[in-house]
Design a protein. Structure first.
Length: 222
């Protein structure tokens, strides 16, 4: 058997009665607000009764038919249904009282209209739509233009610098050819000096120093 979470529904609140010798009666607006507070309280209690009924119904679905545990829950369910009916009647009576209290002049206090400072909300909406339609394509076009300009700057090469690099390349190639020629000459001379016959051929046509002529034997002189 579950515990009941809903308090006992109070009796309907009647309109306040003036006591003897009372100086002032509650205003029509106060009575109207009190009846509205009573309506909110009754609605809260009715919601609690409905939640309790759903819990009991869920427990009954888990218990097999004919079980002795179903009897207390069924009795509790009948009690909840009776209290729910009473709460519904009280809410209906409260609605009638609120309607009567609202008919009294001065009971319903109208809220002053909210004064909006600045432009209306439509201006902000239209401004946002205008910015989205106009500025978004402009920003995309500007970004594409900047991207193309940067790409052109990277790909474009100054003509003067290109000519200078071309001349430097030609000079380097000419220098490389000359160095290759010098290297070929050095290799040729080295090969001639290393070979004995080539060395004598070169020495025959050259001037013979005095020391070498004195050291030679008469048989080898011409």
């Amino acid at each position: 058997m579950i515990q009941d979470k809903v308090q006992t529904t109070p009796a309907p609140v009647a309109a306040p009665v003036l006591a003897a010798g009372a100086r002032s009666a509650p205003s029509a607006s106060a009575i109207y607000e009190g009846l509205k507070a009573q309506r909110d309280e009754l609605n809260g209690q009715l919601e609690g009764l409905q939640n309790t009924r759903r819990e009991i119904t869920s427990q009954l679905e888990d218990i097999a038919a004919g079980s002795p545990d179903r009897a207390p829950l069924e009795a509790r369910l009948k009690e909840i249904d009776a209290r729910t009916s009473v709460a519904d009647q009280m809410i209906a009576g409260n609605a009638a009282q609120i309607a009567q209290a609202a008919a009294i002049p001065g009971a319903v206090v109208e809220q002053p209209p909210m004064i909006i400072q600045g432009p209306p909300e439509e201006a902000y909406v239209l401004g946002g739509i205008f910015m989205f339609i106009v500025f978004l394509p402009l920003s995309i076009a500007l970004a594409r233009r900047i991207w193309r300009r940067s790409a052109a700057v990277v790909t474009a090469f100054p003509r003067e610098l290109a000519d200078r690099l071309s001349r430097m390349e030609q000079a380097v190639e000419a220098t490389a050819v000359e160095v290759e020629r010098i290297g070929e000459g050095q290799r040729f001379l080295t090969r001639l000096f290393t070979e004995g016959e080539g060395a004598r051929t070169i020495g025959a046509g050259a001037a013979v120093p005095l020391e070498r002529t004195q050291l030679k034997t008469p048989e080898r002189l011409p």
